[in-house]
Design a protein. Structure first.
Length: 287
């Protein structure tokens, strides 16, 4: 089914983002094609595999390499400054171990956007696939998934970036500005969730990122902005403009975790939940 006037927005959430992978795999199996896809962090990675039409790639990679120190480990952090092994994930895997289908991705008529945060301004930047080379596309995904404190800053065209979730965790307003009033939004937290601010974060962030005060401010204010976005999404959902897919229950998985059973459980939750919601989604898409 080709969709022409509805955008797809995919939240991140670290390893919890595997829930979204399950949702997207079901949509791919049903051949549901959105014209506009925007993702943050893990959501951007999942969204890119959706555009390249590689079913189960997003879950296969962590299940295969989660025990490999090059994928996620303190050894990786000590060696390159990244808890997640960025060179392994965004070079070795897509080019050699589990090839990314660049040809399908680049030929797709879907507009794909990955969200990153500028370290200089603390504001979101949006990288479109049509403006990127293969190398810079992978670098945009790498930047979007670079968690503060746990990753080095990533450079694209001389500018430093970190995790897109710092500045725009759920980019529904960007999708709206790009012309998509109606949206399908995939979240990785349950309906009742509200992000809590951290007094410790308020103390350490200005010190750790003292050379990047705007970035530090965005990190400190993230919870407030995130909750405002959630409230906005609920209002749009109630108005019938958004179809929101969120976990029916709490996903018992930290942002950074290595439990394969919990990973598979979260993936299955997303897949099975999308199956249950599919008829309602079709009504929304056809309305």
């Amino acid at each position: 089914m080709e969709i022409y006037n509805i955008g797809l927005v995919i939240e991140g959430g670290g390893m919890r983002g595997i829930f979204s992978a399950g949702v997207l795999d079901y949509l791919m199996e049903k051949d549901i094609n959105f014209p506009y896809v925007i993702g943050v962090s893990m959501g951007a990675c999942n969204g890119s595999s959706y555009v390249s039409k590689q079913i189960k790639r997003s879950v296969r990679i962590p299940l295969t390499y989660l025990d490999d120190w090059r994928y996620l480990s303190f050894k990786s952090y000590l060696k390159e400054g990244n808890l997640f092994g960025m060179d392994f994930i965004f070079n070795k895997i897509p080019y050699e171990l589990d090839p990314f289908d660049f040809e399908t991705f680049e030929k797709s008529n879907k507009k794909f956007i990955s969200v990153v945060t500028s370290c200089e301004t603390g504001k979101a930047r949006y990288f479109e696939k049509s403006d990127l080379t293969r190398a810079s596309f992978l670098k945009s995904l790498e930047a979007s998934t670079s968690l503060p404190f746990l990753s080095t800053m990533k450079e694209i065209d001389g500018e430093k970036f970190l995790d897109g979730g710092i500045s725009d965790s759920i980019p529904v307003l960007k999708a709206y500005k790009d012309g998509y009033k109606k949206q399908v939004v995939i979240l990785t937290r349950e309906y009742e969730y509200s992000k809590k601010s951290s007094s410790v974060l308020k103390l350490i962030t200005p010190v750790y990122y003292k050379k990047f005060p705007e970035l530090a401010e965005s990190i400190i204010n993230r919870a407030e902005k995130y909750n405002e976005t959630l409230d906005y999404i609920k209002r749009q959902e109630k108005a019938g403009n958004y179809f929101v897919i969120r976990p029916f229950k709490v996903i018992e998985m930290p942002r950074v975790g290595k439990d394969k059973d919990k990973l598979k459980e979260a993936y299955d939750l997303g897949y099975n939940q999308m199956e249950l919601l599919y008829n309602d989604l079709k009504i929304f898409l056809e309305s």
